[in-house]
Design a protein around this ligand. Structure first.
Ligand code: TXA
Ligand code: MG
Length: 345
C-alpha cells in the first residue's frame, strides 16, 4: 500500500486518536476511499458525522475495526461464514453486515438491528485504529464527502468537501486510495432466510466471496435494508454525466465540433481530443483506482457535460459500472438532449 511517509505522521495519528476519543471528527485514508470517522460508541460524535455530511439520520454507517478486533463485542451472532470471510479478506475492502450486539448504540446503524463491520487495509487507518482506545474501539466512518457527492480518494478531495468550518477536526494524509471505489458490502444478517446478499459490488467479487463460504451472494431484493450507497443517484459530480458506447461517443464528439457546448471526456480506448479529457486504464482495478479523481477533475473542467465511454461489462467491472450508473442517474437524458440540439446534429 502506497502512502507518503513524512515526519510527524505518528504524532498526527496520536493527535487524531485523542481527538476521536474526545468526540471529534477525523477524516482518515483507507484503501478504498477516505472515511469521516467518529467514535462509534459516542452517539453525539456519530450525530456530528451526519450533520457534517448533510446525510439523513436513518442511513447506517460502517464501523471500522483494528485487525484482530473482537467481533463478538459488536455483533450478537457471528456465523462461521463471517469468520471465514474476515480471515480471507481482512484487512481489506469487504464490509460484512451482521446482527448488532445489544450493547452497541443503534445510532450507528440508522436504528436497524444490524451493524456493518470492516477492517481497512491502509497502514494509516490501521495505526489510527490501534491507537484509538488502545485498539478496542470502533470508528464509525462513511465516505468523507457531502451526501450524494463523489467519494474522496485523496486528502485534498476531503478538504475540498469540508473546508474551514466544515465541522471536521483533522484530515490525516495517506496518499491516493489504492482501490478507489467503496468496499464490497455483503449482508450475512439473514443467512437462514435470505442467504448471503451482495448489497454493494466492489473489488472483492461475489465469486470470490462464494469461493470462501460455498454460496454465491445474491443481488438484494426489495426487502433489503436502505443503504445510501444503493440509492439510484449517488457519487454524482455537479456537471451532468452521460455514459455512451464507443461509437456513440465518437458521434457525440463529431456533433460538438464547432458547436457552442463543451464536453469533458473520460475514456479508455482511443479517442479524438475534447475540451478536456482523461484516459483511464483499460483494466478494472486501474480504472477504479483513478475513477473518482477523474470525475472530480472533469467536474472542474468548465464543461457543459461529462461524457464517459461505457467500460466493458462482466464481473470484474461490476463495481465500476455500478458507480458510473449512479453518477449518470438522472443526468444522462439531459446530456442526450443537449447533444441532440447541437448544430452539427
Ligand atoms: O469503502 C468503504 O466502505 C468506505 C470506507 C470509508 O470504509 N465507507 C463507505 O461508507 O463507503 P458509506 O457510509 O459512504 O457507505 C456505507 C454503506 C452505505 O450504503 C450504508 O447504508 C451501508 O454501507 N451500511 C452500513 N451499515 C449497514 C447496515 N447495518 N445495514 C445495511 N447497510 C449498511
Ligand atoms: Mg458514501
Amino acid at each position: 500500500m502506497r502512502h507518503p511517509r513524512h515526519r510527524g505522521v505518528n504524532q498526527d495519528i496520536l493527535n487524531a486518536a485523542r481527538a476521536l476519543e474526545q468526540g471529534g471528527l477525523v477524516a482518515f485514508p483507507t484503501e478504498t476511499v477516505y472515511g469521516l470517522g467518529a467514535d462509534a460508541e459516542n452517539p453525539r460524535a456519530v450525530a456530528a458525522i451526519y450533520a457534517a455530511k448533510g446525510r439523513p439520520q436513518d442511513h447506517p454507517v460502517i464501523v471500522h475495526l483494528a485487525p484482530g478486533a473482537e467481533l463478538g463485542y459488536w455483533a450478537s451472532q457471528i456465523p462461521p461464514e463471517a469468520i471465514a470471510l474476515a480471515a480471507a479478506f481482512w484487512p481489506g475492502p469487504l464490509t460484512m453486515i451482521l446482527k448488532r450486539a445489544s450493547n452497541i448504540d443503534p445510532a450507528v446503524s440508522g436504528g436497524q438491528d444490524t451493524i456493518g463491520l470492516r477492517c481497512p487495509a491502509h497502514p494509516v487507518a490501521i495505526a489510527l485504529l490501534q491507537q484509538f482506545k488502545g485498539g478496542r474501539g470502533g470508528l464509525a466512518a462513511p465516505s468523507a464527502n457531502k451526501f450524494g457527492n463523489v467519494s474522496p480518494t485523496t486528502a485534498a478531495h476531503v478538504r475540498e468537501e469540508f473546508g474551514a468550518g466544515g465541522g471536521v477536526d483533522m484530515v490525516l494524509e495517506g496518499g491516493q486510495s489504492e482501490v478507489g471505489i467503496e468496499s464490497t458490502i455483503v449482508d450475512l444478517s439473514r443467512l437462514s432466510t435470505l442467504g448471503p446478499v451482495l448489497l454493494r459490488p466492489g473489488q472483492v467479487s461475489a465469486a470470490a466471496i462464494g469461493q470462501v463460504i460455498g454460496r454465491l451472494p445474491q443481488a438484494p431484493d426489495a426487502a433489503a435494508p436502505r443503504a445510501s450507497g444503493t440509492l439510484a443517484s449517488h457519487y454524482a459530480p455537479h456537471t451532468p454525466v452521460a455514459l455512451l458506447g464507443t461509437a456513440e461517443l465518437a458521434e457525440a464528439l463529431r456533433r460538438l465540433q464547432g458547436g457552442t457546448r463543451k464536453a469533458a471526456l473520460i475514456y479508455f480506448s482511443g479517442m479524438p481530443p475534447a475540451h478536456a479529457a482523461i484516459q483511464l486504464p483499460s483494466n478494472p482495478d486501474g480504472y477504479a483506482h483513478a475513477l473518482y479523481a477523474a470525475l472530480r477533475d472533469m467536474d472542474h473542467a468548465g464543461a457543459d457535460m461529462i461524457l464517459v465511454e461505457t467500460p466493458p461489462q462482466g464481473e470484474a467491472w461490476l463495481g465500476v459500472n455500478d458507480r458510473l450508473r449512479r453518477a449518470a442517474h438522472g443526468s444522462g437524458e439531459r446530456v442526450r438532449a443537449l447533444l441532440a440540439s447541437e448544430s452539427n446534429a
